[in-house]
Design a protein around this ligand. Structure first.
Ligand code: ATP
Ligand code: MG
Length: 262
């Protein structure tokens, strides 16, 4: 498998005294499903957001395909972002717009400002949006306003908006943190399916260890801005969890034991 993304000695400093990432190194192959786990404040969101330059790293190199994204100009950045879809904890939808309108917003990266403002989408784009919504089980909600949807439905709209971009990679920052267990399973199954059947690389920040272990090809465990673990889910034992989570450990071990008992 070819390498899609590579972090080389990446660091991120906020202001004078917060070092959110220090010397982070890892690679992600095309088609991989990678979860990032770690305690609150470890740097998970910062790491994810450096990949599409929502946040600018302070040092190192971030290679996406063959270019260092830290050096991209405005045009290059627009191109990069059209190839990377983002899924958010709080969905980031426009509530007063319909499902299909929100999904079509995923195409804005390919349009001029004028086309975007006028909402000029081709028949092909609308057809594609419809197909994706159908795949995600939302064909009956297409003309509904987004504020009439459940959380799980909203997140599926968020995923559809990312997919209509035709991305190579999806970045998901706590995609299930606001959802109940059933809706969470539906979302994780869709993300796994998107990775396996569409070949789209998925990187997801999760605070539920057991979910990360179940769905991922690989886990990155982060603590205080450093990658402490980089390997398969099977290599995560109590010792690794202790190193990743420090004092929060008992909570996560509790979750795991519940899962194994049940
Ligand atoms: N915009 C910012 N300005 C200053 N400090 C920030 C900013 N964003 C994050 N930080 C700090 O950087 C560190 C990493 O934050 P980050 O949000 O990446 O952690 P996280 O692992 O995503 O945490 P959580 O699990 O709570 O979402 C924290 O110490 C945080 O306080
Ligand atoms: Mg976060």
């Amino acid at each position: 498998m070819t390498t899609l993304l590579e972090f080389k000695q990446v660091s991120k400093q906020y202001g004078a005294d917060t070092r959110a990432l220090s010397n982070v190194n890892f690679t992600v192959k095309q088609g991989e499903f990678v979860s990032i786990i770690g305690p609150s404040g470890a740097g998970k969101s910062t790491l994810l957001r450096c990949i599409n330059r929502m946040i600018d790293a302070s040092g190192g190199e971030i290679m996406f395909e063959d270019s260092n994204i830290m050096g991209l100009n405005k045009r290059g950045l627009k191109q990069l972002r059209s190839q990377i879809g983002m899924v958010f904890q709080h969905y980031n939808l426009v509530d007063r717009l319909s499902v299909i309108e929100n999904v079509l917003h995923g195409r804005l990266g390919y349009k001029s400002t004028l086309e975007g403002v006028l909402g000029l989408y081709s028949k092909e784009e609308k057809r594609r949006a419809y197909t994706i919504l159908k795949t995600l089980g939302l064909e009956e909600q297409i003309y509904k306003r987004c504020d009439q949807l459940s959380g799980g439905q909203k997140q599926r709209v968020g995923i559809a908006r990312a997919l209509v971009q035709d991305p190579k990679m999806l970045l998901c920052d706590e995609p299930i943190a606001s959802l109940d267990p059933n809706a969470s399973i539906i979302i994780m199954n869709h993300l796994r399916d998107i990775c396996t059947t569409m070949g789209i690389t998925v990187i997801v920040n999760l605070h539920q260890v057991e979910v990360a272990l179940k769905y991922s090809d690989r886990i990155l465990g982060v603590n205080k801005g450093s990658v402490i673990y980089d390997g398969p889910p099977a290599g995560i034992k109590r010792e690794q969890l202790t190193r990743i989570y420090g004092s929060e450990i008992e909570e996560h071990i509790g979750e795991l034991e519940k899962q194994h008992a049940g």
